[in-house]
Design a protein around this ligand. Structure first.
Ligand code: UD1
Ligand code: CA
Length: 475
């Protein structure tokens, strides 16, 4: 069992991430709903290291508390000055059990695949290595440390780009920053590191040549998929890695039976669950605790942030957050469900409707141009076009309760707190400030009065007056 083979994992995450130009620590930026370091720690899980050490430095508090939250067993090691990856590992090794294998990874490589790490560990053990470095062949190796092999083809050393000659820079095999070491060999090698390089730092990469010289048990192991080991140093690389992650996530969902019409424009966080036979149209973004049941149709251009979608529901061109959308319910196009919106089965929220902290009962409809705030609506009810739930008196929010089988006339203002009983109606254009009992119609508007001939008298020179005259109107 692999779980017995890995003593410790060390994650290096003390760097400033200056190239991100951000107030947020580099490893706390997110991809697909998980932080960069969260992805790294997730990839390490199947290796079950007995101990996990994370080196923190820049933005120490924020990184430390995030690590504790997602990996409560992790030990954080503080590196007060960034003297290089070799220095970070020196600190992380302090007080560690002296035998067994240790995996070292950077906290900024979120695409690492657990399977690749497992195979890397197997190879390291099988070869009896004291040091193994995972390498990759990159179309553009610039910025990375290069792998320098000797005449026999085995690794001689790693040279950083800034210290490399032009010949060395032309090597396209790079150091991924993923290593396995025998703890004792690593401990004695890091003690010998010097800072004689362009950055004046202790480079972890130099331990390869040191171990090679002392025991000859060091190997470079080429990984197949270079995308897995891409590191993030700037915003462009963050976007690039997010794209690879999106492809990976979408592929998994498609394999599980989700129809994604345009994977290139569909973004799904790792925290989202989708049933088979869900269809997602282009330009949609699913995040948070969103879950979608079978047969539901999402998009185009729809955002679902922590929304529970029932079987066969459809949500078109809409933005929904913190809501529950029942089976066969429909939303959109162009609607906005805010936190606390609950649509029962077969409920409908149509075009240009905003809903907040409200429940809409089974089969009830709010088809056009409305605001529904702080309301409870029964079943089988219809809310006429342009109805506004007037929930805010300027100081406090109030509730509106609408019964079953109610017909709210178009352009009704329901001034909360107010209750409309089962089977009641309101007349179009009413401003309802008092409760309407079951079965009643609430009419709250001025009675219409027609002033005959007004246009002919007051607007005599207009086209309207001409048209009225033609129709037989008199002054
Ligand atoms: C490093 C490697 C390079 C490799 C690349 C892979 C060294 C000297 N170079 O370069 O060969 O190709 O990673 O992505 O190791 N960190 C600390 N403390 C420090 C310095 C760095 O914890 O004092 C952490 C950083 O937060 C980061 C990781 O170590 O997570 C790597 O550091 P970074 O500065 O990104 O190294 P690269 O220049 O990318
Ligand atoms: Ca890096």
């Amino acid at each position: 069992m692999l779980s017995h083979k890995l003593e410790t994992a060390i994650v290096l995450a003390a760097g400033e991430g200056t190239r991100m130009k951000s107030g947020t620590a580099k490893v706390l930026h997110t991809i697909a709903g998980r932080t960069i370091i969260g992805h790294v720690l997730e990839a390490l899980k199947p290796l079950s290291p007995k101990e996990l050490r994370v080196v923190v430095g820049a933005s120490r508090e924020a990184v430390e508390s995030h690590v504790k939250e997602i990996s409560p067993n992790a030990i954080t090691v503080f590196q007060s000055e960034r003297n290089g990856t070799g220095h970070a590992v020196q600190l992380a090794l302090a007080g560690l059990k002296a035998s067994g294998n240790v995996l070292v990874v950077a906290g900024d490589t979120p695409l690492l695949n657990p399977l690749t790490l497992t195979e890397f560990l197997e190879a390291h053990i099988e070869m009896g290595n004291e040091a193994s470095v995972m390498t990759a062949s990159l179309p553009d190796p610039s910025g990375y440390g290069r792998i320098i092999r000797d005449e026999t083809g085995s690794i001689a050393r790693i040279v950083e780009e800034r210290d490399a000659t032009d010949d060395e820079k032309s090597v396209d095999e790079i150091n991924t920053g993923v290593y396995l070491f025998d703890i004792a060999a690593l401990t004695s090698a890091v003690a010998k590191l010097t800072n004689k390089n362009s950055q004046g730092e202790l480079y972890l990469t130099d331990v390869i040549a040191l171990i090679k010289a002392s025991s000859n048990k060091a190997s470079a192991i080429l990984s197949f998929d270079f995308t897995e080991t891409l590191g993030i140093n700037d915003r462009a690389q963050l976007a690039e890695c997010a794209n690879y992650m999106r492809e990976r996530i979408n592929l998994e969902h498609m394999k599980a039976g989700v129809a994604i019409i345009d994977p290139a424009s569909t973004w799904i966080d790792v925290t989202v669950t989708l049933a088979s036979d869900v269809t997602i149209y282009p330009g949609s973004w699913l995040s948070g605790t969103t879950s979608v049941a079978t047969g539901a149709i999402i998009g185009p251009r729809t955002t679902l942030d922590s929304v529970q979608v029932g079987e066969g529901a459809s949500i078109i061109e809409s933005h929904c957050t913190g809501s529950v959308i029942g089976p066969q319910a429909t939303v959109g196009p162009f609607s906005f469900l805010r936190a606390g919106s609950h649509l029962a089965a077969k409920a409908k929220v149509g075009a240009y409707v905003e809903v907040k902290n409200s429940s809409i009962g089974e089969g009830s409809k709010v088809p056009h141009l409305s605001y529904v705030g702080d309301a409870t609506i029964g079943s089988g009810t219809n809310i006429g076009a342009a109805t506004i739930f007037v929930n805010y008196d300027g100081v406090e929010k109030h509730k509106t309760i609408i019964g079953d089988e109610v017909r709210i006339g178009s352009d009704t203002m329901l001034v909360a707190p107010v209750t409309v009983g089962d089977g009641a109606y309101t007349a179009a254009g009413s401003v309802i400030t008092e409760d309407v009992p079951a079965g009643a119609i609430g009419v709250a508007r001025a009675k219409q009065k027609n002033i005959l001939g007004w246009v002919l008298r007051k607007r005599s020179a207009t086209k309207s007056a001409q048209a009225a005259k033609k129709a037989g109107a008199t002054e």
